[in-house]
Design a protein around this ligand. Sequence first.
Ligand code: CAA
Length: 260
Amino acid sequence: MTYENLQISIEDGIAIITINREKALNALNRKTMSELRYFFETEGADRTDISGVIITGAGEKAFVAGADITEFQGLNAAQGKELSQYGQDVFELIEEFKKPVVAAVNGFALGGGCELAMACHLRIAGEKARFGQPEVNLGLIPGYGGTQRLIQYIGKTKATELMMTADMISATDALQLGLVNYVVPVGDEVAKAKELLNKIATKAPGAIAKIIKTVNAYFAAETDGFASEVSAFGECCATEDFREGAAAFVEKRAANFKGK
Ligand code: CAA
């Protein structure tokens, strides 16, 4: 696929995806969503040369200011459902991606932008980042998983308030509420995301994939998280990386994981 709205570079085994619609504050139009879908379903899933992914936004103002509102006019109920389902499906691909995905939030993360950041496994916020779910201003509700994930991250009390008031919160408030992992100076978001991913890349990739799977299992209605942990733990024990990790500990040396 030729990407129009995503800029993708590979640096030190990390795929850096920049949502590149700066004039529209990187709003997620259908084309951008389909490109994200292609990356996480096909290209990124097939690549063996990446250990993780960073998603960020072009420019200094916005990570992503939401779904593209210009595409919303005239939507009927059936089309609205289809749009919401499509968005949820794309973000689920990110949440279930087998390698760690970090959002480097460099500005506004509103509506679908906040939902995109929440679909990632970890979030780094620049000091000027602002988070919010302002859909009620449009007579809407969050539609790309936000009503559910915001509660998962910050709890029902504050999530309900933010969704009802459309208030934006600062990066430091987001840190305090548990919505982001770190707040860094403006411009350092991607560097911090890389630092985290480089650290994670020293661990056994199969174990990292199973952390993603079992953490997601906690929230999935159809799975029993504890049962998922038991089976993932058992699968880890059958890997070469587990034998290497345990041997390295006993031999007092660094483990050399091969992803097998
Ligand atoms: N969709 C389409 N275009 C958008 C956009 C969006 N979500 N957000 C900003 N833009 C465009 C603006 O229309 C403007 O374009 P023009 O220059 O052509 O007029 C450009 O980006 C710059 O924006 P502003 O002039 O508004 O910049 P500002 O600094 O005054 O305000 C802002 C910044 C507070 C983020 C404001 O742009 C804003 O409120 N944006 C909309 C945020 C929003 O409501 N997001 C939720 C969308 S709905 C959704 O996401 C549903 C869902 O759950 C899936």
